[in-house]
Design a protein around this ligand. Sequence first.
Ligand SMILES: C[S@@+](CC[C@H](N)C(=O)[O-])C[C@H]1O[C@@H](n2cnc3c(N)ncnc32)[C@H](O)[C@@H]1O
Length: 275
Amino acid sequence: MRKLLNKLLIKFGLLLTKAPVLLADHSLKTSDMFPAQLTESVSVGQAQDTPDNELFRIFSADSDVHKWHHYFDIYTRYFERFRNRPIRMLEIGVFRGGSLRMWKEYFHPDSTIVGIDVDKSCQAHEIAERNVYVRIGSQADPDFLDTVNREFGPFDIILDDGSHKTHHQILSFGALFRSALKEDGCYMVEDVHTNYWIKHVDSPETFIDLSKQMVDMLHEPYFGRKETEFRHGHPDAVREMDLSYLSANLGGISFHDSIVVFEKKQRHLPKSELR
Ligand SMILES: C[S@@+](CC[C@H](N)C(=O)[O-])C[C@H]1O[C@@H](n2cnc3c(N)ncnc32)[C@H](O)[C@@H]1O
């Protein structure tokens, strides 16, 4: 009922969210500040080749896994550094279990791979003797996520490939980033193109909206300050400042086609030096 109501509200432009504005009009709206040479339309064709990396070869050798081809270069770019030691990975969304087997093959053999899914039949994809575990519950249930974290976490990598509902992506990130992701860990949300598809938008702001806000949060230390407050040895230099937890623990955010990546790193006050 709520879904139907939301759909109607969205259709008539009444829901107080930015997303329907984007969704109602299928064309891309960009600022007038962009020079025309960057916004004029150019033609893009299909890729001729498949990704040339080990993970794609592992993917191609198995079945029952659903991934977009262009993700493999992105996975390789962010996950390669975790391969030389046993890690703990949490994947939201098990489906037919193929991706859990793929991660198991790709990462160090002593790694623990945990998949969660609302679909009870996914339990069959657990391979406990190889440290591949499945737990049944919703990514929108913080208590369930906490139980999984207490049993297997904290994790080096968390990959959200679950319901792709914006509300769920936001809830899971909120419940997991602080307590379930290790320092130097990587939180990846995939298929965020769904944030532009009406049936997946069920929150006033999308996950992409929040991710853009996190770009501002990265720069929170600089709000209302001047450069000398960060300058090494300067009398104005601040020694300490209060920041939001995210600002204080976000090493970086990367946006790719359909994937957002958050790297967790405890930050120190930025320091400049004039030599
Ligand atoms: C895209 S599939 C996962 C694909 C799998 N990771 C792969 O690469 O082959 C999405 C999965 O999310 C599960 N799902 C849907 N809603 C969920 C929720 N609220 N919590 C956890 N999993 C959910 C579905 O049952 C489905 O198996």
